[in-house]
Design a protein around this ligand. Structure first.
Ligand SMILES: NC(=O)c1ccc[n+]([C@@H]2O[C@H](COP(=O)([O-])OP(=O)(O)OC[C@H]3O[C@@H](n4cnc5c(N)ncnc54)[C@H](OP(=O)(O)O)[C@@H]3O)[C@@H](O)[C@H]2O)c1
Length: 211
């Protein structure tokens, strides 16, 4: 598949290598094309603007700071239909750097706002509930891969299930995009735990009793 990234930061750098290794073509897109170029060179893939990434990707990873969502969608050309028909993976959390207690809430999740702005693109929420280092390498938790909750509509979710597996984690379907607000709330709880001193590789997981 062709995967374009809206954002060239830590989450993109953590997730994309798994997908390159799985044989997908990637174009790293950034508002600041120098950042995108730097990451693209490091990963040995193409780079470009946000609009280039939107045009390129059948799947688009949306990995930007939440306050930039509307700007990012505008720069990606969503109003011209560049994302219509795309599967968009949103890993965002509604936090502002420097003040992790400031949560923006207007009744819709970031993911639903993104789907509204994407004008025909289908958003699947995933990967927002752990620190980027969790995604950077396949790991086990209690001897098993981490369960990654994700939500959205089919058939977009089918595509994302495969991509979650390729990160070395197990997909956990939690419903349609209306559930994204709960994943975003879980993301905020994780950030609070991390800020409170929890190790970077911490995760909320789905576990069952031993017997
Ligand atoms: N870091 C984590 O551990 C982690 C874990 C789970 C979820 N998340 C969420 O994932 C998302 C990305 O996080 P990250 O850690 O990858 O962030 P990051 O390393 O700080 O990178 C942020 C990216 O957002 C872009 N950006 C910032 N403002 C923008 C705007 N107004 N318009 C377009 N792009 C803009 C930056 O572009 P420039 O390069 O041009 O500045 C950069 O590419 C965030 O919503 C974050 O809450 C992060």
């Amino acid at each position: 598949m062709r995967i374009g990234t809206l954002g060239s930061g830590l989450m993109t750098a953590a997730l994309v290598p798994h997908w390159i290794a799985a044989g997908h073509e990637v174009l790293v897109g950034g508002r600041d094309t120098a950042h995108a170029q730097e990451l693209g060179k490091r990963l040995e893939v193409e780079h470009g603007s946000l609009a280039d990434a939107a045009d390129f990707g059948e799947v688009v990873l949306l990995a930007i700071r939440s306050e930039g969502l509307a700007d990012c969608m505008e720069q990606a050309g969503a109003a011209r239909g560049t994302l219509s028909g795309s599967v968009i993976i949103d890993c965002g959390n509604a936090v502002h750097l420097g003040d992790f207690s400031q949560v923006r809430w207007d009744g819709r999740s970031l993911a639903e706002q993104a789907e509204f702005l994407a004008q025909g693109g289908r958003v699947v929420k995933a990967f927002n509930t752990c620190h980027y280092e969790v995604w950077a390498a396949a790991r086990t938790y209690g001897g098993s891969p981490l369960r990654v909750p994700y939500c959205g509509s089919e058939p977009a979710k089918e595509t994302v299930r495969e991509l979650i597996t390729q990160v070395g984690t197990d997909p956990l379907d939690v419903g349609d995009l209306s559930q994204a607000r709960h994943l975003e709330a879980l993301g905020i709880l994780m950030i609070r735990a991390l800020v409170g001193g929890a190790p970077a590789l911490s995760a909320f997981n789905l576990v069952t009793a031993d017997a």
